[in-house]
Design a protein around this ligand. Structure first.
Ligand code: ZN
Length: 153
């Protein structure tokens, strides 16, 4: 999409994460790995997580390909999930999905979670909402397969 159609504030944050993606080094031997692909626009996300003894996320690696929205959303997500327990990550994912559906209360609650609220600027472009949500799919898929492999589901 033409990023210049986005409001300036949103655009600056998205471009910043796109230019300098956070936590993009692949993690070797991760506890959790998730992948998601959107064949329609070529977006890809590959995510690795490490858990500490208290089952909190202590390491994050995310590699993406595709459009700026996808890459920026992935980068923002890596910052927000670090240090969280898996059930806290579930709550965060719900909040982000609600915000992208236009829920202002969810958006207000997400202000404590770094740059993620800048993704709200994408809501006016329904085709691109999928791009912003793809990193969440990788995260959810990874956590679900981890839980089923460890008997937590
Ligand atoms: Zn995309």
């Amino acid at each position: 999409m033409e990023l210049n159609r986005l409001d300036g504030l949103y655009r600056d944050a998205i471009l910043d994460h796109r230019r300098s993606p956070r936590n993009h080094e692949p993690l070797s031997a991760p506890d959790i790995a998730g992948d998601a692909i959107n064949p329609f626009c070529g977006d890809e996300i590959h995510l690795q997580l490490r858990l500490d003894d208290e089952q909190r996320i202590s390491g994050v690696g995310l590699q993406g390909e595709g459009c700026s929205i996808n890459l920026a959303a992935g980068s923002m997500l890596t910052e927000a999930i670090r240090g969280k327990a898996l059930d806290e990550v579930d709550s965060l994912v719900q909040l982000i999905r609600r915000m992208m559906r236009g829920d202002d209360e969810a958006e207000a609650m997400l202000h404590a979670e770094g740059d993620l609220t800048n993704l709200a600027g994408v809501r006016d472009y329904p085709v691109r909402i999928k791009c912003a949500l793809l990193p969440l799919s990788a995260l959810t898929q990874g956590i679900e397969s981890y839980k089923s492999s460890t008997g937590q589901l």
